[in-house]
Ligand binder design. Sequence first.
Ligand SMILES: Cc1ncc(COP(=O)(O)O)c(C=O)c1O
Length: 404
Amino acid sequence: MKMDSFFATRNSRMKASEIRELLKLLDQPDVISFAGGIPDPALFPAEKFRTAMADVLSDQNQGLSLQYSTSEGFPPLREWLAWRMKQLGVPCAADNILITSGSQQALDYLGKLFLSPNDTALVGWPTYLGALGAFNAYEPRYDRLDPMGNRSAAEMQADAAAAGGRVKFSYLSPDFANPTGITLSLKERQQVLAHAEAMDCMIIEDAAYQSLRYEGEEIPPILSLELAEKGDLNACRTIYCGSFSKTLSPGLRIGWVCAARSVIDQMVLLKQAGDLHTATLNQMAVAHVAADGFEDHTRLLCAHYKARRDRMLAALDRNMPKGVEWTRPEGGMFVWMTLPQGIDGADVLKAALRDEKVAFVPGGAFYPGEDGRNTLRLNFSSPNQAQIDEGIARLGRVLRAALG
Ligand SMILES: Cc1ncc(COP(=O)(O)O)c(C=O)c1O
């Protein structure tokens, strides 16, 4: 029986991730991998979580922590996040916060909320692969988000209309983006906002890496710029998606959305239909640990990851052949490399695994179309410093051979 003849058409856009397939090959102990995108487990605040879990499972709290809960999220966690958003320049009420099962769920719900088939989503070129995966199910058309470029809003709207829909949102990660590591300046953020105003579309601001800054001044979120302009969060078109995955724990799956009440209310309906609510136990544990030193913990993480980033940049300076370029991220987890035109990152990966046992993600996976084959993403949060030195030396040899 051919089961796939029963699958709804939206599944045709949902493909097995090239990265996940590839990660299965990396379990051999002698491979040095820059392919992951995950935090270093040695840095999880495990002791704090042990204490938190004991408390939330105590006789006094188990009736709450093991019970069904509200779709909006655990009230003390929403309160803490309202406080945190204020620190980021977005004073808001707990009612403007929805707790999600990771920020990935927020991206799925936002795709579901805004995209009809053939609507246009503006995304970075390249962009976060998981966002493309989430949006693909809703059968959008993608166009390039390039607010500093020379295509006018009218032109982009006309292209969207010709494709049978309209521009619904711009999706971007302004701080230390996955995969490029690039951070948008204040001027670029203002431009993204002005561009969305001209286009009359929503903005999805993915702040997954926002807390992981290793140098330079913090730049206000786009939502805070818009709020300063409009004076009312409920009038803002920007939807901020946050996550505890890169700071406290990805396994607990706790993210949040901060947005206008009208957006939150509609997302609550999606959440009711989707999974009722995010795991109560996990929300309570995260509320406990966040209140007990979120900032101290992120400071510790930043010190560790900064050392690894510095190590990787120094190793790249020493080992890369002429013609290879890379970003110098101020935070986050990734360096993005551009190879000379005509060199295919996927071919380089095959040679790298075969000849030198070193891995990375070929950059083409992060583009909606066929672009970017001469790019690759390197992660520096998972490998230790010795692995970074050795792995980048290996990659240098692979690239020297590939460039001839
Ligand atoms: C840019 C970006 N957004 C969102 C996510 C999803 O994170 P989570 O669902 O764990 O919050 C990731 C994970 O890697 C990411 O890199």
